[in-house]
Ligand binder design. Structure first.
Ligand SMILES: [Zn+2]
Length: 181
């Protein structure tokens, strides 16, 4: 058994243990549906998904309680750290999958922005476009700091004005429109 697998099983064992503690705490309170009838174990078996085979043994049973009082017999389900409602996937697997997906998306976003920055530096800043803009604005524009350096170079009364001015310059340089007349 690898070290990682061992650590993983430790977590599942701990979740199982915590579920047992929750079960005991709920059982101690007695039935809430009558005058505090004694709660007996009424566990049911579950077939879990999303955990390794070696960990399945910690997910075989959903702890449940049942009122022992005749005429009540209400089932009480203690909270669970292992199961998320009726879902067949272990709660820990659902959380891990969602967090991984979010991290993946963030990573993809970061990669996309890196590609954009590379475009500013290599394509936009590498050709005659930047030279043309430098000439037009008559100020130095740091190629490695594009597009921030360009934004700092344009004039305008408000940030929105400067942004629009930048977009106009970029549009003009990237795809020059023939001037009238
Ligand atoms: Zn009861």
């Amino acid at each position: 058994m690898s070290h990682e697998k061992g650590a993983e099983d430790d977590i599942f064992a701990r979740l199982h243990e915590l579920d047992l503690e929750l079960l005991v705490a709920v059982q101690r309170r007695g039935c809430r549906d009558c005058c505090g009838g004694r709660l007996d174990r009424a566990d049911f078996s579950r077939k879990v998904r999303g955990v390794s085979e070696s960990a399945e043994r910690y997910f075989e049973t959903r702890f449940a309680l049942c009122c022992s009082r005749e005429g009540c017999r209400r089932r009480t389900l203690p909270p669970s750290l292992r199961f998320l409602g009726r879902r067949v996937f272990a709660a820990v697997a659902i959380v891990a999958a969602c967090v991984a997906e979010q991290a993946h998306r963030r990573w993809q976003e970061a990669r996309r922005i890196r590609r954009w920055l590379a475009w500013w530096r290599e394509d936009f800043g590498g050709g005659p476009r930047l030279l043309e803009l430098r000439g037009r604005l008559a100020v130095p524009i740091d190629r490695d700091a594009l597009p921030g350096s360009l934004l700092a170079a344009v004039q305008g009364p408000t940030p929105a004005d400067r942004l629009v001015r930048l977009l106009a310059l970029v549009a003009d340089v990237v795809a020059p429109i023939p001037h009238e007349g």
